[in-house]
Design a binder for this molecule. Sequence first.
Ligand code: BGC
Length: 881
Amino acid sequence: MTIALTAEIDSVTFEQYPSPLGIGIASPRISWKYASGVKDWYQTEYEIEMRELDKGTSQTYSVASESSVLVPWPAPPLKSRQRMQLSIRARSRNGVWTNSLTTEVEAGLLHESDWSSSFVSSSFTQPLGIAKRPYRLRQSFTVQLSKSHKARLYITALGVYESYINGIRIGQDVLSPGWTSYSARLPYQTYDVTSLLREGTNVLSAWVGEGWYSGLLGYQGGSRNIFGNRTGLLAQLEIDGEPVEGDWEWSFGAIISAGIYEGETYDTNLPDASEHSQGEWHKVDILPTPTSKLFSSQSPPIRIIQSVKPVRIITSPSRKIFMDFGQNLAGVVRLVSNPPSNSGSQLIIRHAEVLEHGELGTRPLRFATATDKIVLSDKDISGYHPRFTFHGFRYAEITGWPAISLKDVEAVVFQSSMHRSGTFTCSHALINRLHENAVWSTMANTIGIPSDCPQRDERLGWTGDVCVYSPTMSYLFDASGFLSEWLQDLWHDQRKLKGVVPIFVPDTGTDVSTPEAIWGDAAVLVPHDVYLSSGDLAVLERQFESIKMWLDEGIERNPSTGLWSRDRDQLGDWLAPRAPPETPNMGPTDNLLVADAWLIYSTRTASKISRAIGRIEDATRYETQAKELTEEFYNEYVTTAGRLVSETQTALCLLLCYEIFPPQCKGSLDYRSLFAERLGHLVMKANWLIDTGFAGTPIVLPTLAENGHLSHAYRMLQATECPSWLSPVLLGATTIWERWDSMLADGSINPGEMTSFNHYALGSVASFMHAYIGGLSLLSPGWKTFSIHPRPGGTITSAKTSHQSPYGKIAVEWEIRDGVFQMTVEVPPNCTATVTVPGSQQREVIGSGVRHYSAQYSLPSFPPPPYIPHFAPVRPNEWAA
Ligand code: BGC
């Protein structure tokens, strides 16, 4: 093995943009990551050579700085379309330079005045009450190309689009431009189309579907045309910075209808409206320019991120044929082979997440019909998949394909193409599956926005779900661009509601938005999570008005205490297992106690945010408020003897985890020990089963671990009866379910109206795996400093976790064998880790590089000596490995 003497820069990014092409900020901050390997490498200086490619001039900027993440743009701001070449290198404390990495960056269209094209649309008036028929647009133009020509397409839609030049698909993105609060913000995409153009006549074309813009959205029947009733396309093709001219025309083609919830119908007998097809082409309508701001998005485009082959074909009791993909996912079915056909016969694909008594379990989809239809002809359609819809499914019922075989279809998975940044495995197979389930639920609920679920008539950006899940999401994926764009929509929609954060963003206006704790607290906590995981202060600066407006104006308060108003109910500890199926906010923990605890936590977080961005007055104000609210909280909910109103797992965890302890004057009791003891007692009393919903679930295991109850935490994690994390796994779950018992043990679907098999919120337990089993947790924003401290327990004898941080790869791998704990850790250059070795006094602060540790160690006996509550027997299989 060769030991590297200096660090190597292996990638460069600009702001949080997924690509350096078409970025929308004139002075983008620059980050570089280091490859691993070198020991104790710290940067002291960097050098950026900026070369203006068109002019051939260059300038070198040297900066004495330890920063390698989001450093300021040193040169004059970029102009629209301007391209720069950058060569970046850095020097270590001992004066050794890294490699010099060369990359390019190109600005998009930075000003409204850069747009000369108009939105064009079909001239057909579509009926308002049904899914709209997608149409095809085309524009021919003639060009003479220079040898070094450069062509760019700037494009977006009111609706969703897929574009082509000369019949070749442009890029790989699907459902573009994704979903934003369209009335305020419409993202455009930039493509390098240089290689697709040819001398002479070319055709630019695109399909336009209704998507989220004017399609059906929302539950209880939902609404259509929420953002507008006319779909349209804006496409500006430029060659060497000059827009090309040409007339647009439109035609219907083979797609009969396409709706996000409904699915897509495709008739192969019809002319496909490809670019050169004859058929009927009509003059387009020019649409009025929308008021929304066009911007280049930092959220990665939605793409097909993988394909999944079916694992078995099932014939149901009613003789239906189902493909089982072995994995619940979000995407569509792609035809790998060409289905046999008699002209006019139909292939129908229905989707469901589960089977109920052997048949497709579609009841949980509610109004989402989730059905794709293909009218067949002798045309070969192998490779086809629906374009403008997606479904949440594991099973697809396929009708109209006699003798279908496993190789004939596959599922293609859609997701905003964030980089996967976090991994985890350990010696416990069921826990590994649970972790994978969280990963799959994250994938399925990050299609354009952070959503609740991908299958039923919702798929909305419920703010509470992401509020409790964003730390987990940010470990598993680089979600900084994805979440920070969504936060800007949150701010826009919140402003319209005078400070109230809508319960889902983008706000469709289909539900009344009243202020709700946790859901509204997303305005404060999600930006803070993004800041912690990425180190990006600009997110906090950008969201600061939103944070303030929520706390200062949005929350409905009790005027005499400043706590939440007593006059309205809350969603509370949503979906706690003891809540009745039809009323998920009626769990055992007092809803206002939950709301008030989150209010204190958010207020304190707002104080930290204010301090981080230098708003010292606000920092002090929120700190004082948090103290006063805590005092009021104690008056309201804690007796003088230290007993808590609605003393539940959730209530105690909120106080312990968010450190809601009384001000000095009431501080004679040792509340931490008191609450910790009660929590341990309650957990045992519940036989180590879960009693928490959205509010308590993310924190219950860390709280136990931090308060002297690590063995309870493991016992809870390894419990297998319902409600526990492993009970769905034992019933075959491949994603995180919305309810602990979405599927009942007898194989029937929970009768609750609201039963999804793909909700990420309860998957926040994965964070316990990363931080406590694996042992990785951040100490400062962006993982500049972090802790490596595995806390082994349960029956787990080995684990590994890794995270691609903004600085580079962090990894831990440990194993207990023959009474020895052995661990290998990897720290990226320019970072510092504090390592604690379990079972020994060994604790050290280290720099970059790979290191090995070992110490005598034996796992505490598990389960610990039995505690036998008088009201329930200890169940023998709850710690099954
Ligand atoms: C969603 C949840 C959401 C909740 C709040 C549900 O229908 O699926 O995840 O947070 O409503 O009311």
